[in-house]
Design a protein around this ligand. Structure first.
Ligand SMILES: Cc1cc2nc3c(=O)[nH]c(=O)nc-3n(C[C@H](O)[C@H](O)[C@H](O)COP(=O)(O)OP(=O)(O)OC[C@H]3O[C@@H](n4cnc5c(N)ncnc54)[C@H](O)[C@@H]3O)c2cc1C
Length: 563
């Protein structure tokens, strides 16, 4: 399991020692000192409220799973209490949880999951599905407003690749497999799923499906919903097994109804996923003369069918952070970089003040195909005044891509507030939305001479538009950390609705977006979601208080009026 009050591997931390420019950059944005003032605690140092155990339910699940796979241990309950949002980590660091699961269950197969749901229906027990626990939307927290027992069901024992069909290029995979587990098995047989979210190391196939996740190679392989062929969903009302066919016109696609259901309809136990053969790969850095020009450039790549496998365009602040994170370089490499920069500035008149880094990644079956893709992309980049920085910038970004989340812990340890928000909108909306949201966040985060950090990147592009992903950070207001965060969230979601953008492109709803969901979906949309839920889970047992507003009073607890 991951750290309790932080991100990732308990044995790993973000190393500041060989990055001399990083902390001066963070301090200049936020005023944050470099001393640890708010360290994280380990789960072993904390307590939880006594479990509310229902004897009949416990007997039934112990008989079905075996006592070894039914845990009421404090550590197991704590480690399955929260996800990994700023709100989650703040609470994990500072107090006893108001509500933890009363027991954590570890089924090994579909029939054990079905036995759990039968017992839940019989005894009225709340059931929270749990994959890797990496969500940042409050997706795995028990509903504190519901009386009675709550169990969390971890799918982590169900992690095998069951079948690889080389002819159909699909794999049947159990839902509890973590990214590295399923990729290792597929890679050993020459294939890849091609789904690499930034949380890849600690998130699961079931979690990806349940949240409509998007990975960094989505521009070529699609999002998780594009990869799923069929799936098995165990609900309190019975089990749905969708057909393993490439497409069907037999009414609405029920697999796609399960995708994004966030555990509110039941548990996904396995899925048949499209896979593709491993091939050549290359990452490059491109310097773009400004974020607005970059948006136009990515749109053009999309419309001319020249979008690489990965396209990630950072704004100026995120670009500056990326360069500040680089280890100090010496010798010939440093000299060559300086000379190249001087050439761009003085000979090419490149506007460095607005420079934005764009990472592009190419994948193809053969080296020749890759070269052709690269040629087409770079030709369009040149039309927009962008400069190819070569593969070393791309390779170093690729090597460190899973390390960024560890930096959040470093900032929180030193009294900082860090959070993210992502959305998608049509091309005409994106520039205005970007500038207004950035300005509003700075106005909220600014403390005297410190403007606050508002990094942003554009990624996951479509013919109609793209995703914008903001990371914002500032000095946390001591004693007001949660209100400060809630105020930021409120201003963000109001602005997204005002611009007609989605509330989330890939992080899902959980309880964090509930107050805005009615306005986003409209009354008819809400009725349809409620009806769907009621059709398989009339007692509202599966992950109550998530995704669908108005079914429990939980949402009012998370967004109290500002103090
Ligand atoms: C540092 C960081 C980086 C991230 N980067 C990305 C990114 O690049 N792209 C992206 O899409 N997301 C990203 N996320 C968000 C998160 O990783 C995704 O939402 C991910 O899909 C969650 O998977 P999980 O296995 O951890 O699910 P969990 O967090 O355990 O659960 C998420 C939701 O799915 C439900 N659920 C889990 N498993 C099942 C199942 N088998 N059946 C039914 N319901 C289930 C849970 O009840 C919950 O509602 C990031 C999060 C962090 C903290």
């Amino acid at each position: 399991m991951m750290k309790f009050g932080g991100w990732g591997d308990p044995g790993k931390a973000y190393d500041l020692s060989h990055r001399p420019n990083l902390w001066p950059f963070v301090r200049a944005q936020s005023g944050l000192g470099d001393q640890i003032i708010a360290p994280s605690r380990r789960a072993a140092e904390m307590t939880v409220p006594a479990p509310r155990l229902d004897a009949g339910f416990m007997d039934a699940v112990t008989a079905a799973l075996g006592a070894a796979h039914v845990s009421t241990a404090t550590e197991a309950r704590l480690l399955h209490t929260y996800g990994k949002s700023y709100r989650d980590l703040l609470r994990a660091r500072t107090g006893t949880p108001a509500r933890s699961p009363d027991a954590v269950l570890f089924p090994a197969n579909r029939s054990e999951v079905e036995a759990i749901l039968r017992a839940a229906v019989q005894y009225g027990v709340q059931v929270v599905p749990f994959g890797g626990g990496t969500n940042i939307c409050g997706g795995v927290e028990p509903d504190p407003t519901r009386p009675g027992m709550c169990v969390t069901v971890s799918l982590r024992r169900m992690k095998r690749v069951l079948v690889l069909d080389r002819v159909a290029r699909t794999a049947r995979i159990e839902a509890g497999a973590l990214g590295p587990e399923l990729e290792a098995e597929l890679n050993a047989r020459g294939f890849s799923l091609g789904h690499f979210p930034d949380s890849f190391e600690f998130s699961t196939l079931g979690g990806w499906l349940a949240t409509r996740s998007a990975g960094m190679q989505s521009d070529a392989y699609g999002k998780i919903e594009d990869m799923v062929v069929s799936l098995t969903l165990c609900t309190p009302g019975g089990t749905l097994v969708t057909s393993n066919v490439p497409r069907s016109a037999t009414g609405p696609d029920l697999s796609q109804i399960a995708v994004g259901s966030e555990g509110t309809l039941g548990l996904i136990t396995e899925a048949v996923m499209r896979v593709h053969p491993l091939g050549e790969r290359e990452y490059r850095g491109i310097l773009v003369p400004g974020f607005d020009q970059g948006i136009n450039l990515v749109r053009e790549l999309t419309h001319r069918g020249a979008l690489p496998t990965t396209t990630r365009l950072s704004n100026q602040q995120e670009t500056a952070l990326g360069f500040a994170m680089k280890p100090k370089s010496h010798g010939a490499g440093a000299f060559a970089a300086k000379a190249f920069k001087a050439y761009l500035r003085h000979v090419k008149r490149f506007p460095f003040d607005n420079a934005c880094l764009m990472i592009v990644g190419f994948e193809a079956a053969t080296h020749r195909e890759l070269a052709e893709k690269r040629r087409r992309t770079l030709a369009i980049c040149r039309e927009f005044g962008a400069v190819n920085l070569g593969t070393s910038v791309g390779a170093s970004w690729f090597a460190g891509k899973y390390d960024y989340p560890y930096l959040r812990d470093v900032v929180m340890d030193r009294g900082g507030m860090v959070d993210v928000v992502e959305t998608a909108a049509t091309w005409d909306v994106l520039p205005g939305l970007y500038h207004e949201l950035k300005a509003a966040l700075h106005a909220h985060l600014r403390r005297g001479e410190f403007p606050g950090y508002v990094g942003c990147h554009l990624s996951h592009s479509y013919p109609a538009g793209a995703c914008l992903y903001f990371t914002f950070a500032a000095l946390a207001e001591v004693g007001r950390q949660l209100p400060q965060y809630i105020e930021a969230k409120k201003l963000i979601f109001e602005l997204l609705l005002k611009h007609g953008a989605t509330l989330t492109h890939h992080h899902a709803v959980g309880y964090e977006l509930l107050p805005w969901m009615s306005r986003h979906l409209g009354e008819t949309g809400l009725q349809m979601l409620r009806g769907l839920k009621h059709s398989v889970d009339p007692q509202n047992l599966c992950n109550p208080g998530k995704l669908i507003p108005g079914l429990t009073p939980a949402q009012d607890l998370y967004f109290p009026p500002a103090t």
